[in-house]
Write a protein that binds this ligand. Structure first.
Ligand SMILES: NC(=O)c1ccc[n+]([C@@H]2O[C@H](COP(=O)([O-])OP(=O)(O)OC[C@H]3O[C@@H](n4cnc5c(N)ncnc54)[C@H](OP(=O)(O)O)[C@@H]3O)[C@@H](O)[C@H]2O)c1
Length: 248
């Protein structure tokens, strides 16, 4: 058991995740940042400075037994975790590409994208709840996307990504109802970062005006501010980078 406050970043090797880790490392209210990723820590995040300590980096796959072992390792922080940021997201890979038309719909793509975008975040929130519970104020943000808004869908396409983010939002909404009864100290946020300059958005950036393509540092600062100010109200909020609510 430790009295240090901890922040947990899951899916930590991504562009937005790394900027969030850097931001949290300089937050005086956070004593230690714990990062979980399939990949080793990038070298710039392994160094402590005079004012910040290096994150505790845990490598893990995202099958449930491996995730449960990560949660066992986090046991010393039980009751002291004040931030959790779930950064998993899959839009494209060597074998996955967002669908342009209905002929592109493919079971393997749907399964891979739902696994990363919906199933893995849901498993984390199932496995983590006993160690999040406590007297401390704890804010959990899962990286969602505006394209997961059913109301906002006027363009179509991107079947797997859109519907996996809509499913993530519903998963979070359902979890928020049970968390409000059982883990009352936690606030849940589904967060849309805006189009951000990372590997995920890279192939789609040409149509984005320069002023609408955010840096990861900007988005991380916005999210950390929103999490800092969030009220523990037993509700799920679906918010964008400007702290504005997005219609479901
Ligand atoms: N960039 C944007 O414009 C944008 C816009 C809207 C929403 N978002 C959302 O923001 C989040 C972060 O995106 P990013 O731009 O930082 O993307 P990124 O750099 O591609 O990072 C994606 C993260 O997702 C995890 N991941 C990738 N494939 C996975 C899989 N098969 N199973 C489980 N985890 C997997 C990786 O975790 P590991 O550390 O384990 O590799 C990685 O850290 C995502 O949820 C994304 O949908 C991004």
């Amino acid at each position: 058991m430790t009295d240090a406050t901890a922040a947990l970043v899951l899916g930590a090797s991504g562009g937005i995740a790394q900027a969030i880790i850097t931001q949290l490392m300089s937050d005086p209210e956070i004593d230690i940042v714990v990062a979980v990723s399939r990949k080793p820590a990038p070298s710039h995040l392994t160094r402590a400075s005079n004012t910040t300590s290096a994150p505790l980096w845990i490598e893990s796959e995202y099958a449930e037994p491996a995730m449960a072992r990560v949660v066992e390792q986090l046991q010393p922080f039980a009751g002291h975790i004040t931030r959790v940021i779930i950064c998993h997201g899959l839009l494209h890979s060597d074998t996955v590409w967002p669908e342009k038309r209905l002929e592109d719909i493919n079971a393997n793509t749907l399964q891979a994208v739902f696994q990363a975008n919906t199933v893995v975040p849901a498993l984390w929130l199932k496995l983590l709840h006993p160690i999040l519970k406590g007297k401390q104020r704890c804010v959990v943000a899962a990286l969602s996307a505006r394209v997961g808004s059913i109301n906002d869908n006027h363009l179509g396409g991107w079947y797997a990504y859109r519907s996996s983010k809509a499913a993530l939002n519903m998963m979070l909404r359902t979890l928020s109802i049970e968390y409000a009864r059982r883990v009352k100290n936690v606030k849940l946020i589904a967060f849309h970062p805006g189009t951000t300059d990372t590997a995920l958005s890279k192939p789609f950036q040409t149509s984005v005006p320069a002023e609408k393509l955010f840096t990861t540092e900007f988005v991380a600062a916005r999210l950390c501010r929103i999490m800092h100010d969030a009220e523990i109200d037993g509700q799920l909020s679906y918010l964008d980078w400007d702290n504005k609510s997005i219609p479901w």
